[in-house]
Design a protein around this ligand. Structure first.
Ligand code: ATP
Ligand code: MG
Length: 231
């Protein structure tokens, strides 16, 4: 369980998150939506303890998340794929994955490699390709693969389908659901591709100006004709 209680976040005088409460149970796929600047990335950063100025309570699996101690916090099993530019472009695919799996010993790393290559056979085929020469969708796969190399229990994804063609968007979202189904990984995904994402998550949260204005089953939101009024 990831738990946020009374979360406030500021950048200088700008008050971005206003007393957010959110509990995410193990194994859930949660989609977070909202207009540009609503506070979605800030929320993910707060989950990791990657903000200097926030207050409230954040805990993962009972472990308090300490502010400004990302390195310590990810040790609880969290992996974060940031918005864009998230691979080492000058290194090969396999080197990117190896770096991401550095905290493991050789046998655990081999297991993680097998799992990532099983899920994304294209990365196995392209293991020696320089990451910067992969297509946008392939780089997204690699970024997900790198996150999985840490064998996380929760994945925090910030707009993993940004800039991708609709058919590739579907592939990336399907891969994320597959990770959830086969590994039981909890997934929190921030997305602008609302319709496509709603079909791949269990629950949806909509944030507006740093406050939660909708929290419910994704299928209910999908059916709601006034869906677009929320944005
Ligand atoms: N490092 C920062 N310093 C100052 N202001 C910031 C910083 N990061 C974000 N902000 C501001 O905080 C607000 C929320 O930003 P945030 O990145 O969380 O939005 P978002 O919902 O992720 O938007 P988008 O959909 O465009 O990615 C915005 O007004 C933004 O300008
Ligand atoms: Mg953002």
């Amino acid at each position: 369980m990831l738990e946020l209680k009374g979360l406030n976040a500021h950048y200088g005088k700008l008050h971005v998150l206003h007393g957010l409460d959110l509990s995410v149970p193990e194994g859930q796929r949660l989609g977070i939506f909202g207009h540009n600047g609503a506070g979605k990335t800030t929320l993910l950063r707060a989950c990791l303890g990657d903000l200097e100025t926030c207050d409230g309570h954040v805990a993962y699996r009972g472990n308090p998340i300490k502010v400004s101690e990302v390195h310590h916090n990810v040790g609880f099993g969290m992996a974060f794929v940031p918005q864009g530019n998230n691979v080492f472009r000058d290194l090969q695919v396999q080197q990117n994955l190896a770096i991401a799996g550095l905290k493991h010993d050789a046998s655990a790393r081999k297991k993680a490699f097998d799992e990532v290559y099983g899920l994304f056979p294209l990365l196995a085929e392209r293991s020696e390709q320089i990451a910067g020469s992969l297509s946008g969708g392939q780089q997204q796969m690699l970024a997900l693969g790198m996150a999985l190399m840490t064998q996380p229990s929760i994945l925090l994804l910030d707009e993993p389908t940004i800039g991708l063609a609709p058919v590739i968007v579907r592939d990336v979202l399907a891969s994320i659901s597959e990770i959830n189904r086969t590994r039981g990984t909890t997934v929190i995904i921030v997305e602008q591709n609302v319709q496509a994402t709603l079909k791949n998550v269990d629950r949806a949260v909509v944030i507006k100006s740093g406050r939660i204005i909708y929290d419910g089953a994704s299928e209910d939101l999908l059916k709601q004709e006034s869906l677009w009024e929320l944005f």
